[in-house]
Design a binder for this molecule. Structure first.
Ligand code: SF4
Ligand code: SF4
Length: 76
């Protein structure tokens, strides 16, 4: 599981940067981001963030319509 920084919660304090043993957290243009290609998913950085801005990057789930097709015998 990868982690991501929610930009609306991040207060740009930078405390997470030294907390990542892999150097995956970078500052760009005053915003902090996790480089997903470097992140190992260890979760250590979560403990360094005072704003609760680092969360698991859960892949979006696909909504599947499981409604059964209408039964023509009951439609009439
Ligand atoms: S989960 Fe681990 S590797 Fe990924 S950014 Fe946080 S501390 Fe770094
Ligand atoms: S520790 Fe949290 S609030 Fe501070 S820069 Fe990192 S993600 Fe943003």
């Amino acid at each position: 599981m990868k982690y991501k920084i929610e930009s609306d919660k991040c207060i740009a304090c930078g405390a997470c940067v030294p907390g990542c043993p892999f150097g995956a957290i970078v500052a760009e243009g005053g915003k902090y981001q996790i480089n997903s290609s470097v992140c190992s998913g260890c979760g250590i950085c979560v403990n360094f963030c005072p704003a609760g801005a680092i969360v698991e990057d859960v892949p979006a789930t696909k909504v599947v319509d499981i409604t059964p097709p209408a039964n023509p015998a009951q439609a009439a």
